[in-house]
Design a protein around this ligand. Structure first.
Ligand code: SF4
Ligand code: SF4
Ligand code: SF4
Ligand code: FES
Length: 613
């Protein structure tokens, strides 16, 4: 027996599982203890990170030779003797599996998940190759109303992993059971097609589903998971920087999943899980000069000549590029009359100035003002969200906010048009209420911020002050670009001890701290390193292009911007790049190349256009 005095609770208990002695924490389930000891227990409804419900009964175990319990819902006890793989237990599992086979359509050879399905694996492990029961599945048409997800209820075993994932991980609660018992069926909202529901297309339910009942439509029949290589890299779509597990087969990306041990807890959003799979814009295959295809080296020579003759170069690089490429781009242009900038940099520069004023006035460290992890949001008593557009721009950050609100944190949203978190917020404050005089002078900004917060006359400021204390977090979205609001946010954090999670509209946050300069007022050349940037940044770069006489564009994909260019150079795609990325919490993240470059270039340093000797 493990050591414990009467007043002291034991820190470990000892038990045997299938004859192996195992040490476990007293609060662990038998399933958790077995998994930590590498002992196989069959399961279907249990899933890492979700609550246990004991629905499928695959994990039945015999305890002390006396009773059977489900291992996922039974807590370990000292000196317990657990049997998992007895003939009697496998007979029970076979009966349950046969029932599932009869009630649903599990002809694996016709299923997209064939070869990757947990249910199929259990059929095989149980040696179940025929069904003695009458087949009763409903023969329903799959729900294909969603852009990215197919729901095939005939393959659903009612394990509820999708429901718990949507509720407990994403905080969205779109899915539920329509009924109880054998009639239970997965429904979205009030039984509307998935594509018309409140689903935010994060795909967490797809990742959690053990069968072919929920699958990513783009990934269907592209190849089995077990034949794929898996590469971990960092999502380039926003500054949350979720860890992607990218599955590739024969030089193609098959699907993308969240890394369950990643800092974002295995979550992804629509952009990271689905949009990265299918960028429909054609690839820039060749270099072009004046609309005519040229070799990359000839195009580079033309770029050198254009730059050497320029009086003022407006150089703009995508914030999706790794630190090393951004630095290489800036270094290659330093001998020219070039000003290098990155979209979104203005917010970072302004925020730096406001934070400098706040840290000096309140004598706090810069690091004390910022939240260090996204997961830390879950432990807060209250969360204030300035700008709920984070639901679209930083969806995984928004799901942490929703989860915190569902677990009892007070949620205050400060919004001027649509409150995209209104299903969850306790208080909404009108952001257009005049909190302070707007000025971009750092010192005045600071005093404007504090006077707004301290003013008895302003109810909005009062509500905020009341909601925020040292156990609060303040999340600031990308639409906050004015000094006054930033001063309110950071001044409030400094006074209360709250921490700020700052989410701007750039992906790689490292650029904000790079030496960059303002675009020249009257550039004769624009060098726009767009890479695989999305529409909104492409539109911003088009404005830079229209202000210059000669335009050089380095891009991965064709777009209206490449049509404006005098010289087009190819660039790598997101999955071909390697380097370093800094996320919203200031952590350095690694970008690993997933596939070898397939375009006309091997690396992005084709931008290296140093002056000829
Ligand atoms: S995709 Fe995400 S939001 Fe939509 S139903 Fe699945 S888990 Fe819920
Ligand atoms: S759809 Fe998948 S995850 Fe959801 S209950 Fe059915 S089998 Fe389980
Ligand atoms: S939240 Fe951001 S980093 Fe995460 S998957 Fe979505 S776009 Fe990618
Ligand atoms: S895994 Fe334990 S009951 Fe399903």
């Amino acid at each position: 027996m493990s050591q414990a005095t009467e007043s002291e609770a034991p820190t470990t208990v000892s038990l045997t599982i299938d004859g192996t002695e195992v040490q476990a924490r007293p609060d662990q389930t038998i399933l958790e203890a077995a998994r930590e000891a590498d002992i196989d227990v069959p399961t279907l409804c249990a899933y890492e990170g979700l609550s246990n419900v004991g629905a499928c009964r695959m994990c039945l175990v015999e305890i002390d030779g006396e009773r059977t319990e489900t291992a996922c819902t039974t807590t370990v006890q000292d000196e317990m003797s657990v049997a998992v793989h007895t003939d009697e237990l496998w007979d029970q599992r076979r009966s349950l599996l046969e029932l599932m086979f009869a009630e649903e359509n599990h002809y694996c050879m016709y299923c997209e998940m064939e070869g990757d399905c947990e249910l199929e694996d259990l059929f095989n492990e149980a040696g179940l190759d025929e069904c003695h029961l009458p087949l009763e599945y409903m023969d329903l048409d799959p729900d294909t109303s969603h852009d990215y997800i197919t729901l095939d209820l005939d393959r659903c075993i009612s394990c509820g992993r999708c429901i718990r994932s949507c509720e407990e991980v994403v905080g969205n609660a779109t899915l539920s059971f329509s009924d109880r018992g054998r009639e239970a069926e997965i429904v979205a909202d009030d039984d509307v097609p998935l594509g018309e529901s409140s689903c935010v297309s994060c795909g967490s339910c797809v990742q959690a589903c053990p069968t072919g009942a929920l699958y990513g439509t783009q990934s269907a029949y592209r190849g089995r998971e077990r034949n794929c290589e898996v590469t971990e890299t960092t999502c380039p779509e926003c500054s949350v920087g979720c860890t992607l597990e990218v599955y590739t087969n024969s030089g193609r990306i098959v699907k993308i999943e969240g890394a369950e041990d990643g800092p974002d807890g295995g979550q992804l959003c629509e952009k990271g899980r689905f949009e990265l799979l299918g960028d429909g814009r054609p690839r820039v295959e060749k270099a072009r000069v004046g609309g005519t295809e040229e070799s990359v080296s000839e195009a580079r020579q033309r770029v050198r000549e254009i730059l050497a003759d320029a009086d003022a170069i407006d150089a703009v690089a995508s914030d999706r590029l790794p630190l090393e490429t951004l630095q290489g781009f800036a270094a290659a242009l330093e001998d020219y009359p070039a000003a290098v900038s990155v979209p979104g940099r203005e917010r970072v520069t302004l925020e730096d100035r406001v934070v400098a004023a706040v840290t000096s006035e309140f004598d706090v460290d810069r690091g004390d003002l910022y939240a260090s992890t996204l997961a830390g949001l879950e432990d807060r008593d209250s969360i204030v969200v300035y700008d709920t557009s984070i639901v679209d721009s930083h969806p995984v950050a928004a799901s942490y906010v929703r989860r915190a609100a569902r677990s009892g944190a007070d949620l205050v949203t400060v919004e001027d048009e649509t409150d995209r978190l209104d299903r969850f917020s306790d208080t909404t404050i009108d952001r257009s209420a005049p909190l302070a005089d707007v000025t971009d002078d750092a010192a005045e900004v600071f005093s404007a911020g504090t006077s707004a917060i301290e003013s008895d006359a302003q109810s909005a400021a009062e509500s905020l002050s009341a909601a925020v204390d040292g156990d609060s977090a303040i999340v600031v979205g990308p639409e906050i670009r004015d000094a006054s609001t930033l001063a309110n946010v950071f001044g409030l954090a400094a006074m209360s001890g709250a921490e700020v999670l700052s989410l701007n509209d750039a992906s790689n946050q490292v650029f904000g701290r790079m030496e960059t300069t303002d675009s020249p007022a009257d550039p004769d050349v624009a060098y726009l390193f767009a890479a695989d940037d999305r529409d909104e940044h492409i539109e911003a770069m088009i404005e830079h292009a229209l202000a210059a006489d000669t335009v050089i564009v380095q891009a991965t994909r064709e777009s209206p911007l490449t049509k404006l260019a005098d010289v087009v150079l190819p660039a790598l795609d997101w999955y071909e790049r390697g380097g370093t990325f800094v996320d919203a919490a200031g952590r350095r993240r690694t970008i690993d190349p997933v596939l070898r470059p397939r375009g006309a270039i091997d690396d992005d340093l084709v931008a290296d256009v140093e002056v000829d000797a």
